[in-house]
Design a protein around this ligand. Structure first.
Ligand code: LLP
Length: 432
């Protein structure tokens, strides 16, 4: 089930703190992370590689939740960091993250982004397309620098997931396609580049994947390509990056595997294929985002209005919605939730939880079983730690919620709630 306890008062507890107290103290909507769970998730990946004796980097995909406090925890847990923008890179630098462990992604990296990455001497740039290679080359020349680079390839692997979060299939905006020779062309540019140190290849086959064999298939696809490059050019990769995408439990329909299994399967296949190709086992990098932070947070909302349509449905509205969690509206993502002061109360009926945005599609949860509920009750939605706050927005001019980190009975506000002054701070009058 969800990794949270019920305390002596029968209330939901997170990081050792009563969810009702948190709602009272910080207001709602409120994101609360149990930092202990983040650490546990991170360690499952890191320690499995260690146990196997594999050279590896576990790069937290900060797009899932980027914030100074989160980057600090990633640093403590000896993670590397995957950033996809100047904003995420800036956040990492603000948090004092070691730049040599930062990897930059993006299918349209701007000159400014690349300049910042090169100036800060980050650990690696993952090139996504020909324009990337050209720009990086130009900047390195101008700055008289060198940098490590991986090539992102698109292996043409379909993963069973929502089409908006499919990324490894052939018809994708990301990476160099393996099938049509693009990757070979990219290789020719990178391999003998005077300033780019070409270290190996990257692929990300999609998100919320539950089967280890998808990753095994990805490893095989990469090695098929590597075999060509070894034969033709004697290329031996130092790094193989398998991306992220490890699935988590949102609802009882999701049955994720322990993260150790993914690491073990990937490692075993990389070892096997390396032996076959007669090369040293390359360093393995992965980029988990959701699987590090997803199940570590809950969102607390206050229940407000009710609308009963007898025989059809009862709508129960909360004080947030698609402005703090876009995933149900964007991907029809499903969530589970409880009433925070009686999570184990007998369920009496089924209601549908509506957000407060002016949009019919702003439905957080359809058909949620609940006990008797009233306005003022606190609803706790599980598994909102990934792509929740990071995709929050100001639709209807709602301010983004606050974020609290809790661990071992202590809590700390790590992102302040946006005020209305914040919401209008970039507005300028037309008339004065
Ligand atoms: N690496 C690369 C290159 C990626 O494109 C992604 C996700 C990740 C790593 C991390 O994937 P994760 O381990 O978090 O599944 N907003 C969507 C997810 C978009 C993911 C895009 N790329 C959602 O809310 O489900």
């Amino acid at each position: 089930k969800h990794p949270f306890e019920v305390n002596a008062s029968g209330h939901l507890e997170i990081g050792g703190i009563d969810a009702m107290e948190l709602a009272q103290k910080y207001g709602t909507p409120l994101y609360v992370y149990d930092v202990g769970i983040i650490r546990r998730n991170a360690r499952a990946f890191v320690e499995t590689f260690e146990r196997l004796g594999a050279k590896a980097q576990v790069a937290y995909a900060s797009k899932a939740f980027s914030a100074v406090a989160m980057v600090e925890v990633a640093k403590q847990e000896k993670l590397s960091l995957d950033v996809v923008s100047e904003g995420e890179l800036y956040t990492a630098i603000q948090a004092g993250f070691p730049t040599e462990k930062i990897h930059l992604h993006g299918n349209n990296k701007s000159r400014a982004e690349l300049e910042m990455a090169i100036e800060k001497e980050i650990g690696c740039i993952v090139v996504d397309n020909f324009y990337d290679i050209e720009l990086i080359g130009e900047i390195l020349e101008k700055e008289d620098k060198q940098i490590d680079v991986l090539m992102r390839v698109t292996p043409g692997i379909e993963s069973k997931t929502h089409k908006y979060i499919m990324t490894g299939n052939e018809d994708s905006k990301f990476g160099f396609n393996l099938a049509n020779g693009q990757a070979d062309q990219g290789f020719n540019l990178l391999h003998n580049h005077t300033r780019i140190r070409f270290k190996g290849i990257h692929c990300h086959i999609g998100s919320q994947i539950f089967e280890t064999d998808r990753f095994v298939v990805a490893v095989d696809a990469l090695f098929k390509q590597l075999e060509k490059w070894k034969e033709a050019h004697g290329f031996v990769p130092e790094v193989l990056n398998l991306g992220g995408g490890f699935g988590i439990r949102y609802t009882s329909n999701d049955e994720p595997l322990p993260y150790e299994h993914y690491v073990e399967s990937i490692y075993a296949e990389v070892v096997k294929q390396s032996e076959k190709l007669d090369i040293p086992v390359p360093e393995i990098w992965i980029e988990p985002g959701r699987s590090i932070v997803g199940n570590a947070a809950i969102t607390l909302y206050t229940i407000g209005s009710f609308k009963d349509i007898p025989g059809i449905r009862e709508y129960v509205s909360i004080d947030g919605g698609m402005s703090d969690n876009l995933r149900p509206a964007l991907y029809e993502a499903k969530y589970e939730a409880v009433i925070a002061d009686r999570p184990e109360a007998k369920q009496e009926k089924t209601v549908s939880i509506a957000g407060k945005c002016c949009e019919s599609g702003d439905m957080l949860i359809w058909d949620l079983p609940v006990p008797e509920i009233n306005p003022g009750d606190i609803l706790a939605v599980f598994a909102t730690g990934a792509y929740g706050y990071s995709m929050a927005n100001n639709y209807n001019r709602f301010g983004r919620p606050a974020v609290v980190f809790a661990e071992n009975g202590k809590e700390k506000l790590v992102i302040k709630r946006e005020t209305y002054e914040d919401v209008v701070k970039n507005d300028l009058s037309y008339l004065s």
